[in-house]
Design a protein around this ligand. Structure first.
Ligand SMILES: [Zn+2]
Length: 368
């Protein structure tokens, strides 16, 4: 039996059909690695990977003329490669080899679009998992161009907006798997089509995609982003979970939300609660643009705060967690900045007060 020890755990090395298999040796038993352990070992065995992976990525970029139509795409792709957990990068490389991109930049020459039509023009970017294409909406490109020209620095605004959208769509590409036999598309946490409510996680998928894209290229209009509220909910989750590793595993590995639910369950032992939380987030995503009265959002924020309260109970530095959490709280003021009516967010103020009540409780507790 060949083994090595890493962080105190004994790992067994075997080769099967030219494939490396690493297992764990515990209590005199050989045990398969779980997802998190696989990533840990993958990272260990690729610890000197950076130069190699980038060379491989650059080779792919050079081989697909579609990727060379636009300047500096390689910088974006290198960044995306770096945030994908190692074991899920193969999908990203595979898609890149055949990806087709059309940003439709010549649309800036089309006739002016009147202001009153802006609202009916859909999103700028679109990734089609079936054809593996990123195509920008011509009218939306023109609208971005027009809006850019009433800002102080039109060129900067226009470029930043389109690159931000391009990163968002490239992230959809990197986290998508299309099953051509069954006609089923897995994108991030979402499965389409599916009648199972546990597999419909479009809101969470868009929120995480937008959050990652905003880390790469800060958006021109953070709060006006269509997914701002979902981004804030995800930031609350990241604070609770102590990082975005598990979100990345579920998102790039198309694992749905079950591993996230299980993690929250560990906090309070309530399976029904964490199940309901993710379904509520999806229902909220489907109704949010209608701007009609609902107390659903306050319920979601309040549920997350229940977990925060529990986590803080055993947290070594409550102040750090509270400081990470606070900017992600959705308040009536933020709803107003988004051009939505805060009166339709029933009980929202109560959920904000709940946060400050929790903050007070733990700050006092640790101050004395
Ligand atoms: Zn999207």
């Amino acid at each position: 039996m060949k083994y090595f020890t890493y962080h105190g755990i004994k790992y067994i090395i075997t080769y099967d059909n030219k494939k490396l298999i690493i297992s764990k040796f515990e209590n005199n038993k050989v045990i398969s690695l779980n997802e998190a352990e696989k990533i840990k070992i993958h990272n260990l065995l690729h610890r000197y990977k950076y130069i190699y992976n980038s060379a491989y990525l650059n080779e792919i970029i050079a081989s697909n003329p579609e990727l060379n139509k636009y300047n500096n795409v390689d910088i974006l792709l290198n960044w995306i490669e770096s945030i994908i957990p190692g074991i899920y990068r193969e999908n990203f490389y595979k898609k890149l080899k055949t990806l087709k991109i059309d940003l439709n930049l010549d649309a800036i020459n089309m006739p002016e679009i009147p202001n009153e039509r802006y609202k009916e023009i859909g999103a700028t970017g679109n990734y089609n998992a079936k054809d593996n294409t990123i195509i920008f909406n011509r009218e939306a490109v023109k609208v971005v161009y027009q809006i850019a020209h009433i800002t102080k620095n039109p060129e900067d605004y226009f470029t930043r907006d389109l690159i931000h959208t391009l990163v968002h769509e490239l992230l959809h590409m990197a986290s998508a798997n299309y099953d051509h036999d069954k006609n089923i598309s897995l994108t991030g946490f979402d499965k389409y089509p599916s009648e199972n409510i546990a597999e419909k996680n479009r809101g969470l998928t868009e929120g995480f995609t937008e959050l990652l894209a905003s880390i790469a290229i800060p958006s021109n209009h953070e709060i006006a982003s269509g997914y701002f509220i979902e981004e804030c909910l995800i930031l609350q989750l990241i604070a609770l979970l102590g990082g975005d590793e598990l979100l990345k595993i579920c998102y790039f590995g198309n694992k749905g939300t079950r591993p996230l639910e299980a993690k929250l369950e560990q906090i309070d032992g309530d399976q029904a609660k964490s199940f309901a939380l993710f379904r509520d987030i999806e229902i909220y995503y489907c109704i949010e643009n209608d701007n009609e009265p609902q107390n659903l959002f306050a319920h979601i924020q309040s549920s997350l705060l229940d977990y925060l309260d529990e986590v803080l109970e055993h947290f070594p530095n409550p102040e750090d967690l509270l400081n990470a959490y606070e900017p992600a709280i959705i308040t009536p003021e933020k709803i107003k900045l988004m051009d939505k009516n805060p009166d339709n967010y029933i009980d929202l103020e109560e959920s904000v007060a709940k946060f400050y009540h929790i903050k007070d409780k733990y700050m006092k507790k640790y101050r004395t």
